[in-house]
Design a binder for this molecule. Structure first.
Ligand SMILES: [Zn+2]
Length: 456
């Protein structure tokens, strides 16, 4: 898919968090665009909030690859973290086996979501030397200090601290969220290196055996693979402060001749049925939870249905709606031959306008309508346009067959639950289950031999 022609077409605009504006995207080197995204901390299955950031990156990188001849996309793996140590201990599992297993699960889940892998996926534990070199340099040039086995970044040494997230340092110090520790010169100073006891993972260093703070990992890995200045740094909006603010401070103080990231892209958060996703609310959804009940493309379409900077409300109804949309799109493809065509201009323009995926999807709806009315060029354009969003990648016949076994099992479980409710004379529950099945397009027929079902 990469085009070799320059200048790039179409002109891409992106919302840059630091300038708080949507601005034209001008790469440092149009012959080679460089992107860094913060990857997962590997101790558990990825949830659909994590997926939203990975999908935003995926659409951005697909578009960049279409426009520019070469793109290097780096996404790290954080495989040293106190959450990992705690989980390994709770599982009675070795840290290495936990991070290995979780990394593999993450790869499988993203592959099943058709998220393309990064070009380089560095692991934090393979870059400890780079982190130590950066920390030593920060101490040498007066931006960091050693205290009780810790090395801390001195926020007051960097006047531009807070410029990315729009917070000023006085607010930060007044804020209750900074960790207060006796060895800090100022409450906002953050950890670059901390001591490890015998039970914690650790590496020898000039400051004693210890482990890196989280923020320095990304600064070291982005520098190693992308240099002093690169084009785009991205992640979820929850990373803007303190993680990205701190990455920026470390990197600019360590490499003052570079610019670190020229553009910052942040996706908004995701709600589940209108509520913040949390384990305590019981609405915590892993990618696997959703894929047990719907095809991957339905989840993908649902998540791309909102602009990445808008809060996305994940709902069951939305998932069913996305599935029906895909039924329609696949019907449009299946209705006749699908000629190979270019990506339609309207889809490209929508995506080039700060990744306006809802608008791109609206264009796909229009193309599907034309294709269903007999326009086979439109069917080709539908497939090519959907490809930019990583959608309609399957064979229509396969789509309509579906992963029938899992789904059928889920439907039959609901039917059995309804029969049990009827036996218990809980008719309200039985009716609610019937409605739920109906919403999924399942028609029930009660006969003297039991209940049979079919898809509407
Ligand atoms: Zn990061």
């Amino acid at each position: 898919m990469p085009h070799s022609h320059l200048p790039p077409h179409p002109v891409l605009s992106l919302h840059d968090s630091q300038s708080r504006a949507t601005v034209p995207f001008t790469p440092i080197d149009p012959a080679h665009v460089k992107v860094y995204y913060c990857g997962p901390t590997v101790y558990d299955l990825a949830h659909i909030g994590n997926l939203r950031a990975m999908l935003t990156a995926d659409v951005l990188v697909r578009l960049l690859r279409y426009v520019y001849p070469r793109v290097t996309f780096v996404r790290n793996i954080t495989d040293v973290d106190d959450k990992i140590t705690a989980r390994a201990r709770a599982n009675g599992e070795d840290i290495g086996s936990l991070t290995q297993r979780t990394t593999e699960e993450f790869h499988q889940d993203l592959a099943s979501m058709n998220v393309l892998p990064p070009d380089i996926e560095p692991r934090a534990t393979h870059n400890i030397g780079e982190m130590q070199a950066m920390i030593a340099r920060l101490i040498k040039n007066g931006h960091a200090y050693e205290a009780e086995g810790h090395v801390l970044f001195s926020v007051s040494s960097f006047p531009s601290y807070g410029a990315l997230s729009g917070r000023n340092p006085e607010d930060l110090e007044a804020g209750a969220r900074v960790e207060v520790a006796p060895y800090k010169k100022a409450p906002g100073d953050f950890v670059l290196w901390k001591p490890s006891d015998a039970d914690q993972p650790g590496w020898d260093s000039p400051w004693g055996r210890g482990r890196p703070g989280w923020h320095i990992e990304c600064s070291a890995m982005s520098h190693r693979y992308l240099g002093d200045s690169f084009d785009i740094h991205g992640g979820g909006s929850d990373l803007l402060f303190p993680h990205h603010e701190n990455e920026r401070a470390q990197s600019l103080c360590c490499f003052p001749h570079g610019k670190f990231a020229n553009y910052w892209v942040h996706n908004a958060m995701l709600l589940v049925e209108g509520e913040k996703m949390s384990k305590s609310l019981g609405n915590f959804l892993t990618i696997r939870d959703v894929l047990a009940q719907a095809p991957a493309e339905a989840l993908r379409l649902l998540l791309l249905g909102a602009h990445y900077r808008s809060t996305l409300n994940y709902t069951q109804a939305g998932l069913q709606e996305a599935r029906k949309t895909l039924d329609r799109f696949y019907r449009a493809l299946a209705a006749g031959p699908v000629p190979k065509t270019d990506v339609p201009e309207a889809v490209l323009q929508a995506l080039a306008d700060d990744l306006n995926t809802p608008k791109a999807i609206a264009e796909l709806h229009a193309l599907a309508a034309q294709a269903l009315a007999g326009d086979r060029q439109a069917a080709g354009a539908l497939k090519a346009g959907a490809g930019m969003l990583g959608l309609l990648q399957g064979d229509p016949e396969q789509w309509f067959k579906g992963d029938a076994s899992d789904e059928d099992a889920a439907i039959e479980a609901l039917i059995n639950e309804r029969l049990a409710a009827r036996k218990a004379r809980d008719f309200a529950k039985a009716d609610a289950l019937r409605d739920q099945l109906q919403a999924q397009g399942i028609v029930l027929e009660d006969t003297k031999d039991g209940t049979s079902w079919r898809r509407a």
